[in-house]
Ligand binder design. Sequence first.
Ligand code: TRP
Length: 357
Amino acid sequence: MTKQKRRILTGHRPTGPRHIGHLVGTLESWVTMQNEYDAFFLVADLHVLTTNYMHPECIQENILHLLVDWLTAGIDPDTSTLVLQSALPEHAQLSQLLSMLVTVARAERVPTYKEQIQELNLKPSLGLLTYPVLQSADILLYNADAVPVGEDQLPHIELTREVARRFNRLYGETFTIPEAHVLTSEASRLPGIDNRTMHTSYGNAIFLRETPEETERKIMEMYTDPNRIRATDPGTVEGNPVFSYHDIFNTDKTAIEELKKRYRAGKVGDVEVKQLLAKAVNQYLAPLRARRAELMHRSEEIMELLLEGTEKARPIVQHTLAVVQEKMGLRSPLHEPYNLNQAAFQQSLRRNPLGFI
Ligand code: TRP
């Protein structure tokens, strides 16, 4: 008998196209992990509404962009399962049940909640407050062993573990306590072309979907050492995003060392360093662009992959929810599958006359 693979579940909100920060920070790790684990990748469309409920018109398009970017990056729908959160009502249902076990004070202490309120300057909705509870439901429905995420998501995994422990203590062993698998690398905080953290909405990102020419143009505009006026001035390599990029994307390590030496000595201009970088980044992205070219104009097939994955997930989440309902005292003959047909329903009443009232 083959040993069962451990399960991972992770996901993104469909908020817009993925950039090279997502690629080297998370997607590449997901791609590696999908072979070792039973992997579920969740398109967390419900979560989008926690802050963006006033823009429903973007969501469907962004779902498609997200999927194309994931597939471009190497997520393999033959080995992994792609799931659409809102198509499985069990996500919302379990979230509501778990919310009974989380105090308002605890939810308010989640640092991402406080940050979002400050950053977006918004009046928080109940939906935003329960964001991490919905995320807990996402993870626990699948009994995931591990959740590969960036460091920013750690408070949500911590809450998930607390809720799972609390549930197990109250109602008996039910959930696997999931572990955060933190994706840390120097690449996980890739600077944008303006040296702030790369972000979809900051106007500083290099997107996976852009052409080599667009990528080159952005790289030629990149922030470098601000104290260096002329190419003959000695330059600083540390903290200089052009060299952070070279370290990640340029496969010719000796050439990088040579370039750094010349930069420090004031023997190379920014333009040459950037031209070499544009070439390296475009080389790095070439296989992704080839995959993308194959995916273009196949949006129906891509949505089909999402549908297949979601249907594969459905019995898993239905099972978990039924167990939770049972343990929380909500399971009666009126519930699925008993009410699927009248005969079975009548029979279940006879078997279990006190099952409801
Ligand atoms: N909150 C995650 C993010 O913004 C997305 C997400 C939703 C998620 N549900 C999840 C990640 C479950 C891991 C597991 O990136």
